[in-house]
Write a protein that binds this ligand. Structure first.
Ligand code: C2O
Ligand code: CU
Length: 462
């Protein structure tokens, strides 16, 4: 383990830097409430004050919402924030009207108002929820939570099942959330990268386990922009699902890149010895830091369990012919060192100075923000393939709403089902999916400062 350090509290210089009408809420007395409001959380060590946050039910992360595949989730969203908001159920294949996209599938829920979310859970897996209005600010303030859908059919047996929402906060030297949300420097570079990492709102997340305990760990990257390069020490196991969707064969866990919004379900055995610590670390350049630790208390099991079976697959339609599929292309441009000179903004060709003055730094196919016309209009059941060309100097994590897609490899091999895919600088990635969910769906970068400053398009399924 080279230069494995516990996290440090850096003092960073902080950079300065609307839609349909609301349906009437017809909730019953018994509908549970999900309330977005201000709160405080002990994010930093005890020598610092508690941090003022915005949280669902006042806590960070928000409550774990958990149900079984085939059931429904019903929540009255109550907005007690000083800002309009909404809830997006990330990765859930949902009815369009419940997708929570302000200005597209619903209007913003103003302070003091409420909105009823009610939807069926077709797929099992690890999902999460967050606002879709001023997302870069609202998530940075703590608005996110896990949505766990338990398998209807038998899933591999584990001793523990832990949800780990990993976040990257930018705190000032009083441990308060730094402002400067969406400043031009963050927007044009890697996004809002923080200086303090938490798991489930805890800067030193840790559990006690016995040796050879088998755990299902559900990792969720809830950071605005940080990519975690996950490695484990004293744990050994498999990746069994990505972005909620089971892999057909569990894959030996080695290194794992977790881009913003991505999830990974791991099944791991604790192989560290009694008295040792097993660690989940993130490696950045030459340095690694622990993000979660397991203290091995006593001996536990005599022998390791055998390799787990795959999780039961979700009912995702198989891809149709890729030859006759509807095709589209996204050329991603802009950002620092990108050399973008101009782009369409609000129907006008606009020079880079005016774009930057309006906080717009990135374009898809020469247009910033959501264009009037969809990138693709597909009829229900059609197979769609989209080539995405990252003509920028930065990585991006592209997220499609309402559908899971597969990457088409150069040799034609298909990758695992995902809802968010990490693209390196200069890389071209082609994805394919069956457009089986009617409605208007966003396709955007989940590095939230990037989507707020232009990296956004949409598809229509009719
Ligand atoms: Cu996780 Cu468009 O969002
Ligand atoms: Cu991006």
């Amino acid at each position: 383990m080279s230069s494995l350090t516990r996290r440090q509290f850096h003092h960073l210089a902080i950079g300065i830097a609307a839609g349909a009408t609301l349906p009437k809420v017809t909730r019953s007395e018994t509908t549970p409430i999900l309330r977005a409001c201000e709160g405080t959380a002990r994010l930093a060590p005890s020598k610092y004050p508690e941090t003022k946050i915005w949280g669902y039910n006042g806590i960070v992360p928000g409550p774990v919402l958990r149900a079984r595949q085939g059931e429904r989730i019903e929540r009255v969203f109550l907005n007690d924030l000083p800002q309009a908001s909404s809830v997006h159920w990330h990765g859930i294949r949902i009815e369009n009207a419940m997708d929570g996209v302000v200005g597209m599938t619903q209007s913003a829920v103003p302070p003091g108002a409420e909105f009823l979310y009610d939807f069926a859970l077709r797929d099992a897996g690890t999902y999460w929820y967050h606002p879709h209005n001023r997302t870069h600010e609202q998530m940075a303030r703590g608005l996110y939570g896990a949505l766990i859908v338990d398998e209807r059919a038998d899933a591999p047996v584990v001793d523990r099942d832990e949800v780990l929402l990993i976040d990257d906060w930018r705190l000032n030297d009083k441990a308060q959330i730094a402002d400067g949300f969406g400043n031009i420097h963050d927007s044009s570079h890697a996004g809002r990268i923080g200086n303090w990492i938490t798991v489930n709102g805890d800067g030193g997340w840790s559990r006690e386990v016995t040796r050879l305990t088998r755990m299902r760990l559900r990792l969720v990257n809830a950071a605005n922009a940080r990519i975690f390069m996950i490695e484990v020490h004293g744990l050994e196991g498999w990746v069994v699902a990505l972005d909620g969707m089971p892999l057909e064969t569990p894959q030996s866990l080695d290194k794992l890149a977790l881009a913003p919004a991505q999830r990974a379900d791991l099944i791991v055995d604790v192989i560290a010895d009694e008295g040792e610590e097993a660690l989940i670390v993130s490696r950045e350049r030459a340095d690694s830091y622990a993000i979660a630790s397991f203290t091995v208390l006593e001996a536990g099991r005599e022998a390791r369990l055998t390799k787990p079976d795959a999780l039961p697959l979700n009912p995702i339609p198989a891809l149709g012919s890729l030859k006759t599929a509807t095709r589209a292309e996204i050329r991603m441009e802009g950002g620092a060192m990108g050399g973008m000179r101009k782009a369409m903004m609000g129907g006008q060709v606009t020079g880079i100075r005016d774009l930057a003055a309006a906080g717009k730094i990135w374009a898809f196919n020469g247009t910033v923000d959501r264009s009037d016309a969809p990138l693709v209009e597909a009829s229900l059941g059609e197979t769609v393939r989209i080539a995405m060309i990252n003509d920028t100097a930065w990585p991006h994590g592209m997220h499609l709403h309402g559908h899971h897609f597969r990457r088409i490899g150069r040799d034609g091999a298909l990758g695992p089902l995902r809802d968010t895919i990490l693209m390196n600088r200069g890389e071209t990635v082609e994805i394919a999916f069956v457009a089986d969910n009617p409605g208007d769906w966003l396709l955007h970068c989940h590095m939230l400062e990037h989507s707020a400053s232009g990296m956004m398009t949409w598809l229509r399924v009719t």
